[in-house]
Design a binder for this molecule. Structure first.
Ligand code: C2O
Ligand code: CU
Length: 638
């Protein structure tokens, strides 16, 4: 429903452009059929937009408020046209007024679609000048206008085209990103609104934040990940030129125990591109976070980097490159990291399988589980406990469904669900970057896991096909699943900092190319103010998604407790996330304790969106980074 209103309103806004132009032309004439129709349509679109704005009140003022003012110009223009049109004797002043009013509609429509900023100023200037010129000519037609010839029309058309081209080039150039930018500079938001920019000079560098206990006597688990070019084969037989860790994708599954010290040596053998490894969902010390240009320089071809961190929380995580991540993750530079509880049972007693869903090629490419787009079959003896760790490596949400056995959803983003109830089957919307763990006991009959296309069938004989008849189980609502338990801070308590991040959809340019931008409080990276906190702060963040897309918001280095969705408090198990899928029209309130000093990325894990600027940072006062991002550096984290 939200999507419907949202896009209908956008289409109507777009439709106002040609209508206003027709009305503009008609304004010069005496009342004619064209002017009647143009007038009627103009009033109609204004009323429809008013209706859309009022409908959006259902989602709250945050959604309706910004739209309603855009109805005013259309209404004013329509009223002006009416005033002129009903009088047979049209005075020139009135004609001028119509031209001006219509110009206002044009500016308003363009400004809204492009978002406020340089586009508005430029558009307003261009249209204002044109409207004034036209009004002047209509009010005082001279001999020139009487003798207007073809060549004059041609010159005017050429001038119009040149103007549009100049404005386009101007906007595109203005959107170019600086060749070098530092996360330590720029504007900040201290939790009460954007404050003036300041450098955190003389503080502690992210490179020093390596974790205090990394030298203790815990068991050390060592791994080597070598980034390289490899050709991989999908189950369809198609060959994919992939970028892999150790020649396989998904990369090797790293399995450690809670409390282990994990030491991973990254070696880069990719031709001509840098690489890093980010431990998605693991609250590692900042220096180990693997973000090119924020916590390290991208590792150059032939070079290496050693990551060291303690696996302090059991659960399902994944790792991926955070250099050119929108390209590198898509091409295969990712894998799973599983942290087993200290006292985990011997693996032969249970089937514990990590299922990574990945789409090859572009967004509409081939969706696979592992490397299989079709149906995979597994043999599991009846009575055996099964745990499936579902991971969505894409940006768009995917629906996973498990049918054929009573199941429990035991963990979300690496945190156990408290007292998860038994469901007759599970259907889960797994947002980009998120993980859900599902458990069941293998029955005599087959169990089917589907993931919007690819599927895996578990059966005692290992030969069963997917059940076609299964009715889809109800969609899991994590806000109502499980039972409440103690949380380290009271959801209703007071917060040291409160931030609101409003997500909008803008047509325009980003880094010199045309792009749909999903803005955060109207801005794109690197212009989104850094959220500033002090060590120990209790922080509240509200995400308001006013766009028509899902945005899986991922905060590095912290886990966020979901407090409410659309104003209704979460009532189930404490719902901890590191990546929260915020759907179109949704508002989420989350909270976290700022207990991991550093400079942390906070971005949309639809990595295409991130590449179009949907990135901001969480910064701790006094922390600086010596690293830079941009075309003049080795670092392009997005
Ligand atoms: Cu999974 Cu910033 O990343
Ligand atoms: Cu997004």
């Amino acid at each position: 429903m939200f999507l419907w209103v949202h896009y209908a309103d956008m289409v109507i806004a777009l439709a106002q452009l040609p209508v206003a132009m027709v009305a503009w032309r008609a304004a010069a004439d005496r009342p004619s059929r064209t002017s009647v129709v143009a007038f009627a349509v103009m009033v109609g679109t204004a009323v429809l937009r008013l209706a859309a704005g009022l409908l959006l009140l259902r989602w709250g003022w945050e959604f309706a408020g910004p739209r309603l003012p855009w109805v005013v110009p259309a209404l004013v223009a329509a009223a002006t046209v009416y005033l002129v049109w009903v009088r047979p004797a049209v005075s020139r002043a009135r004609v001028a007024a119509v031209a001006g009013a219509v110009g206002v509609v044009l500016v308003a429509a363009v400004a809204q679609l492009a978002g406020v900023g340089p586009a508005v100023v430029t558009g307003a200037a261009v249209l204002g000048a044109t409207a004034v010129g036209r009004a002047y000519r209509m009010a005082w037609p001279g001999p020139a206008s009487a003798r207007r010839g073809r060549w004059q029309a041609a010159v005017r058309a050429a001038a119009g085209v040149a103007l549009v081209a100049a404005v386009t080039v101007g906007l595109s150039t203005a959107s170019a990103l600086p060749a070098r930018s530092s996360m330590s500079g720029g504007t900040v938001d201290t939790g009460g609104g954007a404050a003036a920019g300041h450098e955190h000079r003389g503080g502690i560098s992210v490179t020093e934040l390596t974790g205090a206990d990394s030298t203790t006597d815990a068991a050390v688990r060592r791994f080597t990940l070598t980034a390289q070019e490899s050709t991989v084969r999908l189950d369809s037989g198609a060959q994919v030129a992939a970028w892999t860790f150790n020649g396989v994708t998904p990369g090797p599954q790293l399995v450690v125990h809670q409390g282990d010290l994990v030491e991973v040596t990254l070696v880069n053998r990719l031709p001509g591109v840098g690489v890093t490894v980010h431990w998605h969902g693991v609250d590692v010390p900042n220096a180990m976070d693997g973000v090119a240009g924020v916590t390290q320089d991208a590792v150059a071809p032939g070079a290496g980097f050693v990551y060291r961190f303690r696996a302090s929380q059991a659960g399902t995580y994944w790792y991926h490159s955070h250099e050119m991540s929108s390209v590198q993750v898509r091409r295969g530079l990712f894998g799973a990291l599983v942290v087993l509880p200290r006292d985990a049972p011997a693996p032969q007693d249970a089937l514990d399988e990590t299922v990574l869903r990945h789409t090859w090629g572009d967004e509409d490419g081939v969706a696979t589980l592992g490397l299989a787009a079709g149906v995979q079959r597994r043999s599991v003896p009846a009575g055996r406990p099964v745990r499936l760790r579902l991971v969505n490596t894409d940006g768009k949400p995917a629906t996973f469904a498990v049918t054929g056995a009573p199941v429990r959803v035991v963990a979300i983003d690496g945190t156990d669900v408290h007292e998860p109830g038994v469901l007759s089957g599970a259907r889960i919307l797994v947002g980009g970057g998120a993980r859900y763990d599902v458990e069941f006991t293998m029955p005599d009959a087959p169990v089917t896991l589907r993931a919007d296309g690819p599927a895996i069938v578990y059966s005692p004989g290992g030969d069963a096909g997917p059940d076609r008849a299964a009715t889809a189980p109800a969609l899991l609502d994590p806000a109502r699943y499980g039972t409440p338990a103690a949380t380290p801070f009271a959801p209703g308590g007071r917060f040291d900092r409160r931030f609101v991040l409003r997500i909008d959809e803008r047509l325009g340019f980003y880094d010199g190319r045309p792009a749909v931008r999903y803005t955060l409080n109207g801005a794109s990276f690197p212009d989104v103010p850094m959220l500033m906190v002090a060590d120990g702060d209790l922080v509240e963040v509200t995400y308001v998604n006013r766009s028509g897309q899902h945005h899986p918001m991922h905060l590095h280095g912290h886990h966020m407790l979901v407090l409410s969705r659309d104003g209704r408090a979460a009532t189930g198990s404490p719902w901890w996330v590191d990546t929260l899928d915020v759907g179109p029209g949704e508002t989420y309130r989350v909270a976290f304790r700022a207990d991991n000093p550093g400079l942390w990325m906070d971005h949309c894990h639809d990595l295409e969106h991130a590449a179009n600027g949907m990135i901001l940072h969480l910064g701790y006062t006094g922390v600086t980074s010596p690293f830079l991002t941009g075309s003049g550096t080795p670092n392009h984290p997005e």
